[in-house]
Ligand binder design. Structure first.
Ligand code: GBH
Length: 447
């Protein structure tokens, strides 16, 4: 039995997934191709040539998956909506079959007593929009707002809060700067307009959601940045990295301005992408909640070659997940307290929208339990220090298609056999269920 966590009564427990990682059925229901279908088909792009064509077949098996969520006792479920199911070519009238799928999913969730928390964009851009420049093209932000209107018109009567974008940093860096994710472009710093246009898309979509009377969130992957040593060169490098990874995606939303990126030789208008009025649109009247995806901290040293103003340094002496990522639970407390200290009254309530780890195929996943327990203790510590954290959504409900790693990294509380599609709850599933139950029971006794 897990020990009780000292978290508020209304604290929301959830799990997260994303469309391309679980749905499969890529040619069904009138769905158009996304950049991930095209990228995954490129030889060498994804480990062992895996693709999301079938994934967890969630498109057909969603009732079984919602039953698994109900078994956990989740308050909320974070999933993403596949834009190419709604607009197969990224423009034009909504595809009724696409809307109908999410309509069924939302109803299934509500019947199970679970609040849907959809993400509008989790990296699966309609391929047609990539052909006109993807997020490097300012027009994509306006297309995103149109798509948001179609989805909100249909679902907002049953969906109270929405996440616009998932991890615009990762999408820009992996997708446009390094080319290790779709759309596979390796533009280095010339990828920066993709950051601005995603944020502009956020602002335009947020306005649509507010017209529908809905709460607006974003899910940013944030990392506490530690300098490798106290040497001024390492400190300056860490500050530059923090500006690029964290502040570039939170300052415009919460402070209405971009951070200083002069260490990268980048001008305030991000290479000409920022137009007058954009920052007002991006900040809008403010976020109703900040989604934080946390996996690990980052250690940064002075650059070893002249291309970039930093270099990544290893974090030694800590355990690692199967992915090789360092396990540092206190980094989450450090991150949350750091956000409160930086943004103060401008910081909206926080929800942890992703946190989890990849391990092997074992069903008795004690390492995952220990990872999750450690990170929840870190949330508890941050709350004790006065940070307003309202909920925790673990990544992920199911083992799924882990992007460039294909099916080789397993993040699920539920094991998926990708041959048979059989779902088997792991020990962490039972542990999480009991943790949620303990939390509820404690508070229902009026303490
Ligand atoms: C998220 O991205 C995604 O939203 C989700 O779709 C994905 O499945 C999930 O996480 C798991 O990957 O080399 O130690 O510095 C996470 C983005 C980028 C977080 C790389 C950790 C650095 C690891 N990640 N990052 S390290």
């Amino acid at each position: 039995m897990p020990n009780r966590l000292d978290l508020p009564a209304g604290f929301r427990w959830g799990a997260s997934t994303a469309a391309y990682q679980i749905e499969g059925a890529v040619g069904e229901g009138g769905r158009g191709p996304s950049v991930w279908d095209v990228f995954a088909a490129r030889p060498g792009a994804v480990r062992d040539g895996h693709t999301g064509a079938v994934a967890c077949d969630h498109y057909h098996r969603y009732p079984e998956d919602v039953a698994l969520m109900r078994g956990l006792g989740l308050d909320g479920y974070r999933f993403s909506i596949a834009w190419p199911r709604i607009q197969p070519t990224g423009a034009g009238p909504a595809n009724p079959e696409g809307l109908a799928f999410y309509d069924r999913l939302v109803d299934e969730l509500l019947t199970a007593g679970i609040t849907p928390l959809p993400t509008l964009f989790h990296w699966d851009l309609p391929q047609s929009l990539e052909e006109t420049g993807g997020w490097l093209n300012r027009d994509t932000a306006y297309r995103f707002a149109e798509y948001t209107t179609a989805v909100a018109d249909r679902l907002s009567d049953r969906v109270p809060a929405w996440i616009t974008l998932n991890e615009p940093f990762v999408h820009m860096v992996y997708g446009y700067a390094l080319g290790i994710h779709a759309p596979g472009r390796a533009l280095m710093l010339d990828a920066l307009p993709a950051a601005h246009h995603q944020l502009l898309g956020h602002g335009l979509a947020a306005a649509v959601l507010r017209e529908h009377g809905k709460e607006v969130m974003i899910a940013n992957n944030l990392t506490p940045v530690r300098a490798a040593t106290a040497d001024p060169a390492d400190l300056a490098a860490a500050d530059a990295y923090d500006a690029l990874h964290n502040r570039l995606f939170t300052d415009p939303l919460l402070l209405g301005q971009y951070p200083d990126l002069s260490a990268f030789g980048v001008t305030e208008d991000l290479g000409g992408a920022v137009r007058p009025g954009d920052l007002k649109l991006i900040a809008g009247p403010g976020l109703d909640g900040l989604g934080v995806n946390y996996y690990n901290p980052t250690r940064i040293a002075a650059p070893t070659d002249p291309g970039l103003p930093f270099t990544e340094a290893p974090i030694d002496g800590v355990p690692r997940t199967a992915f090789g990522w360092p396990v540092v639970p206190d980094g989450l407390r450090e991150l949350l307290v750091g956000l409160r200290d930086r943004y103060g009254a401008a910081l909206p309530p926080i929800t942890i929208t992703e946190n989890g780890c990849s391990y092997g195929e074992e069903l008795d996943d004690q390492e995952r339990i220990s990872y999750l327990d450690g990170h929840l203790r870190a949330v508890e510590a941050a709350v004790a220090e006065g940070v307003d954290v309202r909920g925790y959504f673990t990544w992920s409900l199911l083992d799924n298609f882990e992007w460039a790693e294909g099916y080789h990294q397993r993040f699920g509380l539920v094991h998926v056999d990708f041959e048979t599609q059989k779902r088997t709850p792991k020990a962490s599933y039972t542990w999480y269920r009991d943790l949620i139950d303990t939390h509820r029971t404690w508070h229902s006794h009026g303490s």
